[in-house]
Design a protein around this ligand. Structure first.
Ligand SMILES: [Zn+2]
Length: 326
């Protein structure tokens, strides 16, 4: 039976009540998506985040001042259960590694390249669709990518080039803290309503991917997998307050297909082009005949080509191209 809280969305609740959604990253975007899922009637929810809530998070988070100092994942679990006690909720106050149960869909709302690469690896290995959310500038443009393993480009097809393009400030903790993630993007300014718009668009994709009966499946053509949501960047070629659908070129070294990794030189060559951006220890993931390999690199990487990301703006039939990162 559908919970009475879902009286205004019975169709979505009917489907979602049978689904398991995993959200990695319980910050501003992840917490908003968790509560959207709770209020829409999700059956099972897994929340992953190693951090505790800080006062600076409260300005754009579903949790409040009374939760400062508590685990984001665990406090969010409590809030989800208050709204939707029928939901089965698991909170992991830890970095994403493996998952005890394979979900129907993963949402990446993380702020670390390493974490996103690990989610991509998990998604491809287990054949689980994933949605990656992020934003540019002061959350003025949302960048959303959906990945259906085997049918679409993967996360690395879009983001691999950033490893050498995005500058992350050096942090001396990487020398003293073995667990320190030097690929994390530091917190940036950005208004909560902007985050909510981006999360709201991401949730349309959640419904489109989980419910084959939904009209929202029209969003999924397996070709235009990149959604750019221009919330408040008025000098951009992307139409303000609209979503532009973009194509990502498939064929990064992670998802190009099965590659025989036995010759070690070839393995290193593959790994070198997909390594993590900074820190002394570099990791890469690559597929081989016997599964996925985690490869540790010690040599400096070679340059990576920046893929051209084509976006089509239907308005006025004025097609144009946008290259991200240039
Ligand atoms: Zn790929």
């Amino acid at each position: 039976m559908i919970d009475p809280i879902c009286a205004r969305n019975p169709k979505e609740a009917e489907c979602l009540s049978k689904k398991h959604l995993t959200i990695i990253g319980c910050g501003s975007g992840g917490s908003a998506l968790a509560l959207m899922a709770a209020r829409s009637g999700i059956g099972k929810l897994t929340l992953v985040d190693p951090e505790t809530l800080a006062l600076e998070n409260v300005g754009r988070h579903m949790l409040s001042r009374s939760d400062v100092g508590k685990s984001k994942a665990k406090a969010l679990k409590r809030l989800v259960k208050e709204i939707n006690p029928n939901a089965e909720v698991h909170a992991l106050a830890d970095k994403f590694k493996e998952l005890a149960q394979t979900p129907d869909l993963i949402i990446s709302a993380a702020d670390s390249f390493t974490c996103e690469s690990m989610i991509n690896d998990y998604s491809l290995r287990h054949g689980v669709p994933a949605i990656y959310g992020g934003c540019w500038g002061e959350a003025s443009v949302g960048e959303i990518l959906y990945v259906v393993p085997g049918r679409t480009p993967c996360y690395e097809c879009l983001a691999g080039f950033r490893r050498d393009q995005v500058e992350i400030p050096d942090d001396p903790r990487k020398y003293t803290d073995l667990e320190f993630d030097a690929t994390r993007i530091p917190g940036r300014a950005g208004l909560w309503p902007n985050i909510l718009i981006i999360a709201g668009v991401m949730f349309q994709l959640v419904l489109a991917l989980l419910d084959p009966e939904s009209d929202r499946t029209q969003l999924i053509d397996y070709e235009h997998t990149l959604f750019l949501v221009n919330v408040s960047k008025y000098d951009s070629r992307l139409q303000p307050l609209a979503t532009t659908f973009g194509k990502v070129k498939k064929g990064c070294n992670i998802c190009r297909g099965r590659i025989d990794l036995r010759p070690s030189a070839e393995l290193l060559e593959i790994a070198r082009s997909v390594e993590a951006p900074s820190g002394d220890v570099r990791f890469a993931f690559a597929f081989g005949p016997d599964g996925c390999h985690r490869v540790q690199l010690r040599e400096p990487p070679e340059a990576v080509d920046i893929p051209l990301i084509e976006t089509t703006w239907e308005e006025g039939r004025d097609d144009h191209k946008t290259a991200l990162g240039s």
